[in-house]
Ligand binder design. Structure first.
Ligand SMILES: Cc1cc2nc3c(=O)[nH]c(=O)nc-3n(C[C@H](O)[C@H](O)[C@H](O)COP(=O)(O)O)c2cc1C
Length: 197
């Protein structure tokens, strides 16, 4: 299934093709494709090239580890993420390694890495669904993550399934249309609230 964006201005086809499915085939992701997705994340820009991100990964071929990471998601996300091939926890270091100062843009950098990963996955025929809905305290205890780190998001990677062959409630979400704010709603010029478009 495809839910290609209908942009108001031309955009790269990969960006238009990317969307976040709820219906995944319960299928492993090939290790070379997974490595390419993480490699794309690796090459994201970051403030002072700090690369403040760390991922904890679980693949569905290791059922025990997959279940462990799945259990760190909120239940509403477990319902669909259980079918993904790969789960990642996205974590950032709160301070710069070069001088110990707080890194107030670490989560911005993690987002850039996620953007790279998502587009690389799309190029490889994979789908990505990111999640804020995690239990950070449980993640910290489960994996022994130090307080110097903030646990930000989880990411599911896998093969999107046909909604026809999936749970009807999840299928309904995947069949729903896509919407976005217009440029005039989020690009200002000159003054706060003054649309540039
Ligand atoms: C940082 C972030 C957190 C998200 N958290 C969740 C989540 O916890 N559960 C969920 O079902 N979708 C989550 N999403 C997916 C968004 O709902 C989805 O990206 C948005 O509706 C736009 O749809 P699209 O990605 O298909 O364009 C999240 C996306 C991002 C980028």
């Amino acid at each position: 299934m495809s839910k290609i964006a209908q942009p108001d201005h031309p955009i790269h086809e990969l960006i238009a093709q990317r969307w976040s499915p709820y219906c995944f085939e319960p299928r492993a992701v090939e290790p070379d494709k997974l490595a390419s997705c993480l490699e794309a994340a690796r090459w994201a820009a970051s403030s002072y090239n700090e690369q403040p991100w760390t991922y904890i990964m679980a693949t569905r071929d290791d059922q025990a580890e997959f279940t462990k990471l799945l259990g760190c998601l909120l239940e509403a996300n477990q319902v669909w993420a259980q079918h993904a091939g790969v789960l990642l926890l996205g974590i950032v270091s709160n301070s710069f390694s070069r001088n110990g100062n707080p890194n107030r843009v670490a989560q911005h950098d993690l987002g850039l890495a996620a953007g790279n990963l998502s587009l690389q996955a799309t190029a490889l025929g994979l789908s990505v669904h990111q999640m804020a809905g995690i239990n950070p305290d449980k993640c910290r205890v489960t994996y022994g993550i130090p307080e110097s780190q903030t646990i930000v998001t989880a990411i599911a990677i896998g093969y999107a399934a046909s909604p026809d062959a999936s749970d009807p409630q999840l299928a309904e979400r995947d069949r729903a249309g896509r919407g976005r704010k217009t440029l005039s709603e989020f690009v200002y010029r000159g003054q706060w609230g003054q649309s540039a478009y």
